[in-house]
Design a protein around this ligand. Structure first.
Ligand SMILES: Nc1nc2c(ncn2[C@@H]2O[C@H](COP(=O)(O)OP(=O)(O)OP(=O)(O)O)[C@@H](O)[C@H]2O)c(=O)[nH]1
Ligand SMILES: [Mg+2]
Length: 656
């Protein structure tokens, strides 16, 4: 049986979860349509989601359309949870992008559509909430073609838009304007059709157009648009037909080599790890031994939720138990396709999580480790000296959710310190340093020389040797390299140096005592520990010599505001250190684009409603790092500080 793994994506509150509920109902999976407002939908199943009425985690449900198993993945729309969307994108065969007929195209709608188009994921658009007062059809359609993609085709019209009675009427062969539009848009993507169209006007048979529409939708060249309401159910049947007709159902290569991707990890009632796996080819049976552990149980999504099966085959999504070492993003078997690193920008904020009761420290650690399994981007970091824990964040709502989750699921009450931006450090030049074994102020039995050089942003840390690889045991080289990578997490000012080339220029060690001495004397022979302890000192001297600069994260913003608020908004932007780079008047609105420090984004979000009577629309995402102007913003060190030699040696001594 063929499968379609379908994502539902949208700006927050557009109606994804409500639409999911409707689709499940229309497909006969559930008898009653649940409601987000009453907290009883299938996919907002977490207590916190039900309380808050927003989706926090992506969730999978399934139903059948004409013999095709559709695995539907409902995703969160709030930008703080964009990482959830990111993880899902790699397993989708198609998507439905939901747009509210009242709010129209919103900031996150643009971000998502841009990514869907870049990844060439076949996408239908569903314009939701046509039943609500203020709903618009023509205007939203125009906005979609203007702001998202020009290749859109309305698949029908709405009657009585903006009322409870609103209904969707699909177009057919008899609608001349529709067939003309089909021919015109599809001709763009197909030369033969273009020739026929030019030759013989609109006389291309309707059946041919319809087939071509499906073909081009599957190639993500065109985007059919449906209208309706997740609350009244209007247009939902047409959308279901559209999903069946226009999106690609996959017949997986069941006999190929096993290959799957883990896009979600959760814990079951007994605390057991559950991995959500999408298989791209082959099969994964129960009892299979994988690198991450032995599969103990598999449940495949079918007609609603997951049912126990002996295996999961190509095309399908399953919950797999037993993989104790599995992490999000891991591959099962052979990698399916070149994984793209990131579709969206990483978090640029961080905060310290403080347990309300000091004795909860251990429990907090365990809890955060569990949360990091489900969301590795929170990047839990431990401050060894002050014993504090840092997490990375997208924003304030995510912070509140982490706080509530810790309280409710783990019974750990926490507060957060002030949220700050995550800066990076970059080398200004080249530096080198060396520490020689047996020199007076080198207490370690090791010689290490390092040269550091700047590398372009995004290239990472490169470690190389300028000494003979055979000149020392490999474990000592490994100790140096591992320590270099660790020490670079905190540069001269305490921020990560993510891009640089480090070359080992000197090496030396004291060999084990010869046989004539009979016993191995540790004090006379080098150990990996000597290299681990010495390397930070050498690296820091080299970094200091090279000089480093602190860079802060900058976001690109796009701001749409009522024209008469322009003056106030521009003044506020200046106060927030934002730099508008272009402004364009669009009827009664202004579109401003520019850069704003990540540190100021939250302030802008807070002020915007008051500045623009609630009409301002802000789209914002990390773009690049920029040198911090003014005083250097240092970050507190979380390790033994190798910048202070005396103190460092003292602490190392104490640790040994
Ligand atoms: N009138 C009307 N209200 C709707 C419709 N669809 C959703 N809503 C309401 O809009 C609100 C948000 O709906 P959700 O389904 O939670 O939206 P969502 O896109 O899943 O939201 P997030 O997952 O938090 O991004 C709820 O109050 C719904 O009742 C619709 O078609 N008509
Ligand atoms: Mg939702």
């Amino acid at each position: 049986m063929s499968t379609l793994n379908l994502g539902i994506l949208a700006h927050v509150d557009a109606g994804k979860t409500s639409l999911t509920e409707r689709l499940l109902h229309a497909a006969g999976v559930i008898d009653e349509v649940g409601s987000v407002d009453e907290g009883n939908t299938q996919t907002d199943s977490l207590a916190l989601e039900r309380q808050r009425g927003i989706t926090i985690k992506s969730a999978v449900v399934s139903f059948e359309i004409g013999g095709v198993t559709v695995n539907l993945i409902d995703t969160p729309g709030h930008p703080d949870f964009i990482a959830e969307v990111e993880r899902v994108l790699s397993v989708l065969d198609g998507a439905v992008l939901v747009v509210s007929a009242v709010e129209g195209v919103q900031a996150q709608t643009r971000v998502l559509m841009r990514t869907l188009r870049r990844l060439r994921i076949p996408t239908l658009v569903f314009v939701n909430k046509t039943d609500r007062g203020g709903a618009q059809d023509e205007r939203v359609l125009w906005a979609i073609s203007e702001k998202l993609t020009p290749a859109v085709i309305a698949m029908g019209s709405v009657r009585e838009v903006g009322t409870r009675r609103s209904d969707f009427q699909p177009y057919g062969a008899a609608d001349a304007a529709f067939t003309a539009r089909l021919a015109e848009v599809l001709a763009e993507g197909d030369d033969a059709l273009l020739a026929a169209f030019v030759d013989d006007g609109a006389r291309v048979p309707y059946g041919v157009l319809r087939k071509e529409l499906a073909a081009q939708t599957r190639r993500a060249l065109v985007h059919p648009v449906f209208f309706g309401s997740a609350v009244t159910g209007a247009g939902v049947d047409s959308l279901i037909s559209g999903i069946g007709e226009l999106l690609p159902a996959i017949e997986g290569d069941v006999d190929g080599p096993a290959s799957g991707t883990v896009f979600k990890v959760e814990r079951g009632p007994a605390g057991e790890k559950i991995a959500y796996v999408r298989m791209f080819s082959g099969a994964l049976p129960v009892r299979e031994q994988t690198e991450a552990g032995r599969v103990t149980a598999i449940s495949v999504f079918e007609r609603g939720s997951a049912v126990q099966r002996g295996e999961v085959v190509a095309g399908r999504i399953a919950k797999v138990r037993g993989l104790t070492d599995i992490r999000i993003g891991d591959t099962i078997g052979t990698p399916a396709k070149e994984a793209e690193a990131h579709h969206f920008a990483p978090p640029t904020l961080e905060s310290v999580v403080v347990p309300a009761r000091p004795e909860d420290r251990g429990a907090l650690h365990l809890a955060l480790a569990h949360l990091a399994e489900q969301d590795p981007l929170i990047n839990v970091r431990q401050d060894e000296i002050r014993r504090e824990v840092f997490v990375s964040l997208y924003g304030e709502v995510q912070k509140e959710v982490i706080q509530a989750t810790l309280a409710e699921d783990f019974h750990v009450d926490v507060t957060f310190r002030e949220t700050t931006t995550i800066c990076v450090e970059r080398l200004s030049g080249t530096g080198a340093a060396v520490e020689i074994m047996h020199a007076e102020d080198n207490p370690f039995l090791a010689t290490v020389g390092l040269r550091v050089e700047p590398a372009p942003a995004g290239t990472g840390v490169e470690f190389g040797l300028e000494v003979e690889p055979g000149s020392m045991p490999p474990t000592f080289f490994k100790a140096v390299e591992d320590t270099v990578r660790l020490a670079l997490l905190q540069g001269v000012h305490g921020w990560e140096i993510s891009d640089c080339t480090v070359t080992m220029t000197h090496s030396g060690y004291a060999a084990r005592q010869s046989h004539s001495h009979a016993v191995f004397d540790k004090s006379m022979s080098s150990t990996a520990g000597d290299f681990r302890n010495l390397t930070p000192l050498v690296l820091m001297s080299a970094l200091r010599q090279a000089g480093t600069r602190v860079y802060e994260p900058m976001h690109r913003f796009r701001l749409e505001i009522p024209a008469d608020t322009f003056g106030q908004v521009v003044a506020a932007l200046a106060r927030l250190r934002a730099v508008p780079q272009s402004s364009e008047s669009r009827g009664s609105a202004y579109v401003l684009e520019g850069e704003i420090p990540a540190a100021m984004v939250h302030g802008l979000q807070r002020q915007l409603p008051a500045l623009t009577r609630g009409e301002g629309e802000l789209e914002c995402a990390f773009d690049r790092h920029q040198p911090v102007s003014g005083p250097v913003r240092g970050r507190r060190r979380t390790d033994h500080n190798p910048l202070n030699r005396k103190e460092y040696l003292l602490r190392v001594k104490r640790r040994v």
